[in-house]
Design a protein around this ligand. Sequence first.
Ligand code: PLP
Length: 418
Amino acid sequence: MKNNEPSPLPSNESAVLHRSLKSLPHNVTSASGSYLTLDNGCKILDACGGAAVAVIGHGNAEVMHAAVAQMREYTTSAAERLAKCILEPLPSSTYFDHGLTKVYLVGSGSEANDAALKCAKQYWFEQGEPQRKVYVTREQAYHGGTIGAMSISAFVNRLVLEIEQVFERVGAKNTISFSGESVSGAALGSMLAPQGYWPAVRALCDKHGILLHLDEVMCGMGRTGTYFAFEQEGIKPDIVTIGKGLGGGFAPISAMIVNDKVLGALRRGTSSFNHGHTFQAHAMCCAIALQVQRIVKRQQLVERCAEMGDKLAKLLDEAFHGAKHVAERRGRGLFQSVEFMLDPRTKTPFSKDIEFGAKIQLATFDLGVAVYPGAGTVDGVVGDHVLVAPPYTVSDEELELTVKALRKAYNEVVWVLF
Ligand code: PLP
């Protein structure tokens, strides 16, 4: 072999750099509705849509036609139509005046959050307060994998008093914004803030003149039963970021949305937003996301998500009632988690090396159902959890199959371990 010839890869080696260098992800060969088919012929009921991404299920013909039409026509108008569609409240929404006015479209949740950080910083620059340099966020937060998004992914305690102490410590005059997930997803597993928390945080931000940024990359776009999760908290943010469900898994697309207050400062100042990406407002991604959102709105899938979410919560409560290692079922809409602990009464978690949540996920997968595992620390206690976040089109029967598989997997894992 000559030196300049590429060396052949071993036949079982992937050319893609996956997260794990020890094992390969499954190969999906087709997908339709709530189901994925693997290259070994197994059908998997997708009860988590990757990381809560699939909202209208897989393999949708209307989305495919929208993509083909976009390729044929080549128009940039999809971005405008998508932004209007996102801002237009659902007829069923009781929270019509969300106060959001402009949408900045990018490719991932992390990019949307980075855009939010830069936009908030520019807001203060335009207001003549360039000394503001501090972003405050919550302990155990996850805002993404880019350097900017990661740097706000773990800080200060979530309680309001402690947030105020942080504002006072770093100086409100030095603080740009407070960021948090309206409903915590990836890190904590559909964890709701205590009632009254968000209104208190909003009031605190107003008191100190600090911008409020809500990260709804995972919990937004109808996932909790309202288009924006903050609608159920009775507050209006200054900046919101959305992702995952926006393109429904058919295209990489996310967005940062700002209110009039933020927009006004930019208008009065340099009259621009000093940020940009090669693929921002990508026409194909916008056309696909627009079709996904039209389906969501036309079929009233957000309302359906709320209804099916109640059913899922009830099924999980019934299935795990009295289960020795189940600490809690929590969530809103089709964003539900079950948390496991060695002893829930004394809040004793499983030791980390047991990887209880991951074991439950694997056992559930072996039974033909995909759920999303995780482990997060609440009040110093690490809880393993699995997240169930199926498409809003999920059927009653599919919810029953999911919960049955999850309960069976739990029995199997507990039996093997103890
Ligand atoms: N914000 C939240 C709340 C998320 O859950 C995620 C991803 O899981 C992100 C941001 C980052 O999004 P992405 O992975 O698309 O960059």
